[in-house]
Design a protein around this ligand. Structure first.
Ligand SMILES: NC(=O)C1=CN([C@@H]2O[C@H](COP(=O)(O)OP(=O)(O)OC[C@H]3O[C@@H](n4cnc5c(N)ncnc54)[C@H](OP(=O)(O)O)[C@@H]3O)[C@@H](O)[C@H]2O)[C@H](O)CC1
Ligand SMILES: [K+]
Length: 510
């Protein structure tokens, strides 16, 4: 699913209107219907709904939603901010709403702002993708008033006051704090970045039938990965495959006290479909690994408590995942340097391997091109320095990806993957329950297994992050987010592969 700019979305609107063809008013009606259906599927009967509308098409959406809800028996009230020039479709919906004998409350001054009763649902239709300057004056005052009311707010298209892309100059209190944001047809970049998640709430993308061919031809550096996208990348098992077909993954992980990281990465690698998995760890982990991951071969190095000494022959492995729980002892750093110096295929580099390399920039040239690095934000800041806001962070992510020619998976909600070609992929799966120790080790195992099976690094990075999050969603549905632990993730990976297979099969029948 592409992430388009506000200008591109407007072009998609116009193209759809011209080529479907459909009138802009009918397209607005279609958008409103999607929002109304979303609302009525969740509203308790007879919940009063108060729509705060602007004078543009976002406001037009709001007025159409209010009319549709009224038609379904909901008690609605409409408040229009100012009475400046209305867009044609907003004016048309004003007329239609009034034609029902329903009154419109015009807000000209702060004194016009109504107190919001606690049981009212507020629909925010003040501004959408047409916001072209930070909110101020009466608009800012109304946003502050609505936020202060602590009402449940559903934002149409965007929380009013939030720009589609760059909010680096925005002011937090001038943005609606919504519990849910109904993004029309495509997500906007700002809805996928952490800075304003407290304003966006849960994002829902509602299709409104924009012309897909037009969208497909639009260039964008940003994509939001979905089940359909991943199914297209997924390669189901062939009948005559054998374990050699699916590669040999090497997990280099673990040290005394952090052997669980090696177990999690190894088990995830097995569950993610590698034909063979070996795990290279310190001697103290031998019995642990042989017991918890008997399907994997355990290699020992010369270190009792952490990796050190001579490295094994590496040519037998189609992929190596290194870093989980290895610690940052000097001998371990030397061991890592040896591995980097003797392996040229793309690797997965995570956790302590990232921390070791962050302090050794002179070793960065040893990182094989197209490798997959998987920092969490703190590990990333050790590589890229601090950032002021999400826009700056994305720039740093892109810069590092291009500099190293690697795929950088910046874990978070939503996980963002910067690719060396300048593209950035945002993941659509996962939940807060996955913010638990060992979740990253599991992702490293998955990515290593996908590389070993011959997926390209770009595909492996996207598919692996999606599978990891999908397994997390299944685990959260089963255990609840609080009770979800990292070892659950590998157990639900199969659900992700089954979902991909089903989606692929359905599409292939077309
Ligand atoms: N394809 C789709 O996604 C569809 C989206 N729809 C809805 O349309 C809006 C976008 O509508 P638009 O009319 O372009 O703009 P807005 O409604 O977001 O904004 C209204 C006008 O407000 C003015 N403006 C901008 N910034 C401010 C500000 N800070 N303070 C005050 N006023 C502001 C601006 O006019 P100016 O003349 O003042 O510049 C805007 O034009 C989209 O979000 C969807 O909700 C369609 O309904 C269906 C298809
Ligand atoms: K809005």
């Amino acid at each position: 699913m592409k992430i388009l700019s506000a200008a591109q979305i407007r072009l998609a609107d116009q193209y759809t209107i011209a080529h479907e063809p459909i009138s802009s008013l009918a397209l607005m009606e279609r958008a409103a219907t999607q929002c109304t259906q979303w609302l009525t599927a969740r509203l308790r009967p007879h919940t009063p709904v108060w729509v705060f509308a602007g004078t543009g098409n976002n406001g037009g959406d709001g007025l159409a939603i209010a009319r549709q809800l009224h038609g379904q028996g909901y008690a609605t009230a409409v408040f229009v901010l100012g009475a400046a020039k209305y867009s044609a479709d907003c004016a048309a919906n004003l007329t239609q709403y009034e034609a029902l004998g329903l009154s419109i409350n015009y807000l000209h001054h702060i004194s016009d702002f109504p107190p919001i009763p606690p049981n009212v649902l507020v629909v925010d239709a003040l501004f959408g993708s047409g916001l072209n300057r930070p909110c101020d004056g009466l608009a800012a005052a109304l946003i502050e008033h609505l936020n202060a009311s602590r009402a449940n707010i559903v934002a149409i298209d965007l929380p009013s006051g939030l720009f589609c892309e760059d909010n680096s100059q925005n002011i937090d209190e001038n943005i609606i704090a919504a519990g849910h944001t109904l993004s029309l047809h495509l997500p906007k970049l700002a809805l996928l970045l952490p800075d304003y998640q407290h304003k966006i709430g849960q994002m829902h993308v509602l299709p409104i039938g924009l012309n897909e061919d037009f969208i497909k031809n639009q260039h964008t550096d940003y994509q939001f990965i979905t089940l359909a996208d991943c199914a297209a990348m997924y390669r189901p098992r062939q009948q005559f495959g054998h374990k050699g077909t699916y590669g040999h993954a090497l997990v280099v992980a673990g040290s005394r006290g952090k052997m669980g990281a090696a177990v999690l990465a190894t088990r995830a690698s097995l569950r993610a479909g590698a034909g063979l998995v070996s795990v290279l760890t310190a001697e103290c982990g031998y019995t642990i690994l042989q017991t918890t991951a008997p399907e994997a071969m355990t290699l020992l190095n010369e270190g009792e408590n952490y990796l050190q000494g001579k490295i094994p022959e590496l040519t037998a492995y189609q992929a190596i995942g290194v870093g989980c729980g290895i610690g940052t002892e000097t001998e371990t750093a030397m061991f890592l340097g040896e591995i980097l110096g003797n392996y040229q295929r793309p690797m997965v580099i995570d956790a302590d391997a990232l921390n070791v390399l962050a302090t050794r920039p002179d070793w960065h040239g040893l990182i094989p091109a197209q490798s997959i690095l998987t920092p969490h934000p703190k590990e990333f800041s050790r590589w890229a320095g601090r950032w002021d806001n999400d826009t700056h962070k994305l720039q740093l992510l892109n810069d590092l990806s291009k500099k190293l020619q690697c795929h950088i998976v910046l874990k978070g909600a939503y996980t963002a993957i910067a690719h060396p070609n300048g593209q950035v992929t945002f993941n659509s799966t996962g939940n807060a329950g996955m913010a638990t120790g060992g979740s990253g080790d599991t992702l490293t195992g998955i990515l290593t297994a996908l590389l070993a099976q011959g997926y390209t690094p770009e595909t492996a990075s996207i598919l692996g992050v999606w599978l990891h999050g999908f397994a997390g969603d299944c685990a959260a549905a089963h255990y609840g987010q609080e009770a979800l632990i990292a070892s659950d993730l590998a157990e639900f990976l199969g659900e992700g592969f089954k979902a991909l297979g089903k989606e692929k099969q359905q599409n292939s029948l077309l």
